[in-house]
Design a protein around this ligand. Structure first.
Ligand SMILES: CC(C)(COP(=O)(O)OP(=O)(O)OC[C@H]1O[C@@H](n2cnc3c(N)ncnc32)[C@H](O)[C@@H]1O)[C@@H](O)C(=O)NCCC(=O)NCCS
Ligand SMILES: Nc1ncnc2c1ncn2[C@@H]1O[C@H](COP(=O)(O)OP(=O)(O)OP(=O)(O)O)[C@@H](O)[C@H]1O
Length: 199
């Protein structure tokens, strides 16, 4: 089984590319989605977050106030590291279980969509790394537009990750997503073809 790591920076276009991959019927494991599941009430990471960050980050019904937790951790590196140390082991556990299941089913290729693939040193899990790249100005503009955030908030999020320029040097293939969605689709198909994945 070939395992492709799909990564990028915040708002670089990973979700846009991951939709195209799923349209090709290639199985995809989404780390952001798992990250949401493991912090639901009743899950182990939830209790630890509630103990560490207190009721400020919870809604009255007990569910996690993601916006509030985000505003704390993207401004404070030590709090971000603390949250990562709670959530990331749970994400890895869920992901490795899903990878093993695909392997035992004899699946030919899967994609792991992991925003922090390089930061979390998970490239050892993958055979190839596909990076969705945009220039810093496009990244900032799209992030502010999508989230309705201020420039300060958006920059805090961008700066909590390894710069895309550095990630570009570490990837096996780069999709430049500065252009149109159609352009991006063409680059994706070329990368998959080069690795003998899909039709
Ligand atoms: C802080 C939280 C609650 C904010 O939630 P919110 O709904 O606003 O954002 P969402 O989860 O959709 O993440 C959006 C993007 O932010 C970036 N991001 C998220 N967490 C982090 C982090 N710890 N460090 C750097 N970038 C991050 C990623 O590019 C991600 O794609 C949430 O991001 C979270 O629980 N983060 C910790 C888990 C994690 O590291 N997830 C990302 C990688 S799997
Ligand atoms: N080629 C493109 N042209 C114009 N807008 C785009 C393009 N690609 C993505 N976008 C838009 O940019 C924003 C960010 O894209 P997307 O949500 O796919 O990024 P992401 O990398 O998955 O973000 P995150 O890390 O936050 O999950 C979205 O609003 C999306 O619609």
């Amino acid at each position: 089984m070939i395992i492709i790591g799909l990564t990028g920076g915040i708002a670089s276009g990973k979700s846009t590319v991951s939709k195209m991959i799923q349209e090709q019927h290639i199985p995809l494991i989404d780390a952001d989605q798992i990250a949401r599941e493991v912090v639901e009430p009743g899950e182990p990471a939830y209790d630890e977050i509630a103990e560490t960050f207190g009721s400020d980050v919870l809604f009255a019904d007990g569910t996690l106030n993601r916006k509030q937790l985000g505003s704390i951790i993207f401004q404070d590196e030590s709090k971000r590291k603390k949250l990562n140390s709670i959530v990331h082991p749970q994400i890895r556990k869920q992901m490795s279980g899903k990878i093993a299941a695909y392997k035992s089913e004899g699946t030919e290729a899967i994609v792991l969509d992991i925003p922090l693939l390089f930061e979390s040193k998970l490239t050892g899990w993958t055979d190839k790394v596909l990076l969705v790249y945009v220039t810093p100005d496009v990244q900032l503009k799209r992030l502010m537009l999508r989230d309705g955030s201020t420039e300060k908030e958006a920059l805090a999020r961008i700066q909590s990750q390894l710069p895309l320029e550095e990630k570009k040097q570490l990837a096996d293939a780069v999709i430049n997503n500065n252009g149109s969605v159609g352009d991006t689709r063409g680059q994706l198909m070329a990368a998959l073809k080069q690795w003998g994945v899909g039709k």
